[in-house]
Design a protein. Sequence first.
Length: 224
Amino acid sequence: MKSLLVVDDDINTNEAISEYFKEAGYSVVPAYDGEQALFLFSENPVDVIILDIMLPKITGITVLNKIREKSSIPVLMLTAIDDEYIQITSFDGLADDYITKPFSMVLLEKRVASLLRRSEKKEIIEKYDVWRYGDIIVDFSGYSASDANGKIDITPKEIELLKLLVEHKGLVLTRAQILDAIWVDDVSVLDRLVDTYIKNIRKKLRLDCIVTVKGVGYKMEVTL
């Protein structure tokens, strides 16, 4: 169950948001001023923060800045002020999204769901910056690979293809999906090129964990 910290000094608004998200299956922690928000954030593991800008004691912008000193948690700024300067200030403070009152609860939930998806994808990418399999070490961010004997000669595309499989561990990726992800708009690339790249990756890195699903594509079968 995903958890939200809802920060709004207007009791009716806070309760409305809290009840809506509880009905949608979220766990909700309400806060009614900036000080309380920072305290509850430090005491409760939450996945997303819905943060009003105009708050008593400590403003929402200050709360955001203090949170950013220690966390990259998704933060959606909420305010009744439809002002470009306030929006710019919010994003300068590294807010992830912004919505003005009055708003649709359905739209708010969609925005929160989108932030969660982005956050989860980011966590996956960060988790797999360095990948190990046996004595093989692959540094995805550094586009390099090595084993006990030293550096392994591997191309950037091979690194990207391996990373794609690692990020989708257990899922079968078709050749078309791989082409769309790695070669993007290069329509001249044939889908059998994927087979060649897979063959090279298996040979260079001695990987028996990349499984061929006949007539479909490839998947990574390994406990990471």
